[in-house]
Design a protein around this ligand. Sequence first.
Ligand SMILES: NC(=O)c1ccc[n+]([C@@H]2O[C@H](COP(=O)([O-])OP(=O)(O)OC[C@H]3O[C@@H](n4cnc5c(N)ncnc54)[C@H](OP(=O)(O)O)[C@@H]3O)[C@@H](O)[C@H]2O)c1
Length: 172
Amino acid sequence: MEECQKLGLTKSIGVSNFSCKKLQTILSTAKIPPVVNQVEMNPMWQQKKLREFCQEKGIIITVYSPLGANGTVWGSDQVIECKLLKEIAQAKGKSVAQVCLRWAYEQGVCVLVKSFKEERMKENLDIFDFELSPEELHKISLLPQHKGYPALEFVSDDGPYKSLEELWDGEI
Ligand SMILES: NC(=O)c1ccc[n+]([C@@H]2O[C@H](COP(=O)([O-])OP(=O)(O)OC[C@H]3O[C@@H](n4cnc5c(N)ncnc54)[C@H](OP(=O)(O)O)[C@@H]3O)[C@@H](O)[C@H]2O)c1
């Protein structure tokens, strides 16, 4: 990728699903450091340690599965059905999806949300007319954490990662 950038084939280098440990490894040898790390993040998987690390190193976090990827084969409804998020959504007159997206926006990360439905695309953009209160943010920060997509299919006795521990460097 460094060669590609030198040849003008890409403007910048990004990585995905990198733990703090993998970022540290790449930063120790990279001549051109990655500018972005795309990772799973939502109120049920807040990535506090990784966000602090990336902020310190000047790496932008881009969030995938900000709604917990409900309705997909790799996701679940644990985020969209969260009782606390439902209560906050009701109090704000917003949907749980909008609360999740607003929360991510207020954390200062880039957000990748996906919908095939035009109405939901509009709903997902309509998050700039409200704010989460310090109390709501505090309650969200206390939610039990559980990574929605452990990516077990990348673990194999014949591959480079023989356990989830190795795949995520013990960071899940
Ligand atoms: N780098 C990686 O390893 C990685 C991994 C996973 C995903 N991604 C990327 O991240 C993008 C977004 O993540 P994601 O698709 O995993 O999860 P997501 O955006 O959290 O959730 C998408 C799911 O939520 C539904 N949805 C969208 N808006 C909604 C709303 N307002 N209310 C209720 N449900 C809503 C969608 O259904 P409808 O389409 O029917 O609306 C879809 O089933 C994907 O497009 C993918 O490219 C990257």
